[in-house]
Design a protein around this ligand. Structure first.
Ligand code: EPU
Length: 421
């Protein structure tokens, strides 16, 4: 098993370049199944979730080429398989986007239920509700979902989601792109990767409007042509480096970002005492003085992302005073890392959806376990800020979503190495 060994207590200095957005890539790559011609996707992050997804697509008959680093060309024209490899599907969460893509392309799909980060119960009832509304017959079993058209066939529909689910919005958008008629998703998710997916599909010839608002309209088209598209930068990877500088101190230029996507994170870090300068596509974060307590409540975009909850908790742990951190998307997410942070000296009390974080002078190196991707990222930040040596175990979670974490942090002066036992 591999782990990170971090000698903490050093400020971070230099420049870090943010990779393409994981959660956009894992939606866009399966959506390429809808495209008849060759489809070139740029700024694809080199992370394990993307590698698994590409293996699944290749196993289904998608022809892949890698003309340059971070560029993938996909040709789905000869695909016939509607049952992706269940063992690979179970290795990641976003493989459930194959359901929408296969339903849209073939009208049929047999997809194992996904695995991935299990920091909470993660139902897919809203995805199923969408497929049913589009005219699918859904056979949902303990370990797979099988989809086929009902007698009336597949067609556009109006769907009001019970909550603004990112996954359900993606799956319905993708499934509806090639269906006859118009689909309207009400209470749609508004995250940047929803807009990115719509821009990708529209570049290929889809007719999607309203992405980024809570009403998304998809007017079905007969086919998608090939084309070229570049994925947006990763909001959460950028936020993680910004939180790392805030916690460990230093002065870092975080480049290749869309500052608008970062506003909810930037303003909280500033409130806590970080100095931030925003450029067109970069953000400089500096922190030398003491950190101040704050209050954060996670919520869907444009609110403070749940995927930054754990990282900001590390900053709160080192701030003067008592902070409050309320989770409104995944209640059980605190359990993935708070006990680990406490073993490093943090003082956190969880009461239902809220963690009360009493700031401490110092965190201390310890052996800690990543229980999911963002929890693991938070433990790395804690290790960078702590006195002494931290071992972060179970880093395969972190490698799902952070490209070249070791290389990027080392370039910022961190002492971190990957150790294979
Ligand atoms: N929900 C349901 N039923 C559904 C779908 C969602 O009850 O059918 C609930 C969930 O349990 C949750 C809320 O609705 O309480 C929102 O879930 P959502 O569907 O938006 O989350 P997701 O699509 O499963 C994506 C990201 C997550 C991120 C969440 C929230 C991807 C591949 N994953 O998950 O990213 O936490 O949105 O923003 O896009 C990560 O990157 O570390 C990560 C976990």
């Amino acid at each position: 098993m591999a782990r990170y060994e971090i000698n903490g207590g050093r400020p971070l200095e230099g420049t870090v370049t943010i990779s393409g957005a994981k959660n956009a890539a894992v939606a866009i790559l399966p959506a390429a199944l809808l495209v008849s011609g060759k489809c070139r996707v740029e700024n694809v992050p080199d992370i394990s979730d993307v590698r698994i997804l590409l293996d699944i697509l290749e196993g289904m008959g998608v022809k892949l080429a890698y003309p340059e680093p971070h560029v993938v060309e996909l040709d789905s024209s000869e695909v016939q398989c509607t049952e992706p490899n269940p063992e690979l599907v179970k290795k990641m969460r976003a493989s459930y986007y194959l359901m929408g893509a296969l339903l849209g392309r073939f009208g049929h799909a047999h997809v194992a239920l996904p695995g991935g980060c299990n920091f909470a119960s993660r139902p897919i009832d809203q995805h199923i509700k969408g497929f049913l509304a589009l005219g699918a017959d859904v056979d949902e079993r303990e370990d797979y979902v099988a989809l086929k058209p009902t007698e009336g066939g597949l067609h556009g529909a109006r769907i009001t989601l019970d909550m603004a689910s990112v996954g359900a919005t993606v799956n319905i958008m993708v499934a509806a792109t090639l269906l006859p008629g118009q689909t309207v998703i009400e209470n749609a998710a508004k995250e940047p990767h929803i807009v990115d997916l719509a821009n990708f599909l529209n570049t290929m010839g889809a007719r999607i409007t309203g992405a980024g608002t809570d009403t998304v309209k998809i007017r079905g088209v007969n086919s998608l042509r090939g084309g070229s598209y570049a994925i947006i930068p990763d909001q959460i990877e950028a936020g993680t480096y910004m939180a790392a500088v805030t916690a460990a101190g230093g002065n870092v230029l975080v480049q290749n970002v869309i500052p608008k996507h970062m506003e909810c994170i930037t303003s909280k870090l500033e409130e806590m005492g970080a100095k931030v300068i925003v450029f067109d596509d970069a953000i400089r974060v500096m922190r030398t003085g003491a950190l101040r307590q704050t209050t954060v409540k996670t919520s869907p975009y444009p609110g403070f992302p749940t995927d930054m909850q754990a990282q900001v908790c590390v900053c709160m742990s080192l701030a003067k005073g008592t902070s409050r951190l309320t989770e409104s998307v995944y209640e059980t997410r605190f359990f993935g890392y708070c006990a680990e942070l406490e073993s490093m000296g943090a003082n956190i009390h969880i009461n239902g959806k809220t963690a009360t974080v009493v700031g401490v002078e110092q965190l201390y190196g310890s052996t800690v376990y990543a229980h999911d991707l963002r929890a693991g990222a938070a433990l790395v930040i804690a290790g960078l800020s702590a006195q002494g040596t931290t071992q972060v175990e179970d880093i395969h979670y972190v490698e799902r979503g952070y490209e070249d974490l070791i290389g990027k942090l080392t370039a910022l002066g961190a002492q971190i190495r990957r150790v294979e036992d």
